[in-house]
Design a binder for this molecule. Structure first.
Ligand SMILES: [Zn+2]
Length: 312
């Protein structure tokens, strides 16, 4: 294994460590100060360079590195999939992610975490240091974070030594948007009897194989109505599988609600119904399936690639 330095193709930081690269290899492993460690194929490197996905992809890589979730090799197919699956986080969600990341970097409460702005940008899924600084300032204004030894330091220092306040710890404990720890996967699909075996033989086992617990609303008393129970179960989930076969409005509603919460939504559709997929969501990548076994396999692979196996 050779060791050298190159620009990170994802976040464009110069001089990042290259852990393995051989002339005849079709992949490169980077250890980037902003993104963390990941392996990318040569063709995907070109895509990562040319598309403006660096902030989201860098935030995603860093979060997984921090949480110790396995990162699949970044191939060009995978990059295209991940781009349509990653949610755009709101400023409030980015603040929560930043606070959560600082929690993960904290050895013990009261201990300061020294952030190097250039490297910490990804902790907030931010575009640049200005955006990061804005969220740090917001968390400080909310009383959740403070500068260690504030009498001597400010956010204009080259390093930010941050410490989570008592109120910050309390916030972390009650933060409902901290869904990374959730183990449920919400399944939105038609209740038609024709599709029941699809749930039993494909969707349920695929989700279980990745360590998550599938949740599907039982049978049909409410038909297409969305009740409080459904909303609560979506809020309590890590991600949503939306199979739009038969084009039920309830499925679109649930998926849209989840998307608004910042949850990843995995779209699926049976091949013969693909042409009927609603215009507004056609832009999203769908898992197109013809048989239960095909859906089971593709869905499991897709969850592993984009969400990752649930750590037990
Ligand atoms: Zn990077």
């Amino acid at each position: 294994m050779s060791e050298s330095a190159k620009q990170c193709p994802v976040c464009k930081l110069a001089n990042q460590k290259v852990l393995s690269e051989r002339d005849y290899d079709d992949k490169v492993t980077y250890d980037c100060s902003r993104c963390g460690r990941y392996t990318i194929s040569r063709t995907a490197e070109v895509i990562a360079q040319s598309k403006d996905i660096s902030a989201q992809l860098s935030g995603w890589l860093r979060e997984r590195n921090l949480l110790g979730i396995e990162i699949p090799m970044l191939t060009s197919t995978f990059l295209k999939e991940v781009v349509t699956t990653l949610p755009s986080y709101s400023p409030l969600e980015k603040q929560n992610k930043l606070l959560k990341a600082i929690e993960l970097l904290t050895d013990y409460p009261g201990r300061e975490v020294v952030l190097i702005p250039e490297h910490a940008v990804s902790l907030a899924w931010a575009q640049n240091e200005n955006e990061l600084k804005y969220y740090l300032k917001s968390l400080m204004d909310r009383g959740l974070l403070e500068i260690a030894n504030a009498d001597r330091r400010t956010l204009s220092d080259p390093l930010y030594p941050m410490v989570i306040t008592a109120k910050g710890w309390e916030h972390l404990e009650t933060d409902k948007s901290n869904f990374a720890s959730k183990s449920q996967a919400f399944v939105a699909m038609s209740f038609d009897n024709e599709l029941s075996p699809v749930y039993k033989n494909a969707i349920e086992p695929a989700i279980e194989a990745t360590g998550y617990r599938p949740y599907r609303v039982d049978s049909t008393p409410h038909l297409d109505r969305i009740d409080a129970k459904i909303i609560a179960e979506i809020r309590n989930s890590r991600f949503v599988v939306a199979d739009v076969t038969q084009q039920k409005s309830g499925v679109y509603y649930e998926a849209g609600f989840a998307y608004g919460l910042g949850l990843p939504v995995i779209w699926c559709v049976r091949k013969d119904d693909l042409q009927n997929v609603h215009f507004d969501t056609r832009q999203y990548n769908h898992i197109v399936w013809s048989s239960e076994s095909e859906l089971r396999e593709k869905l499991e692979d897709f969850i592993l690639a984009t969400i990752g196996k649930k750590a037990t």
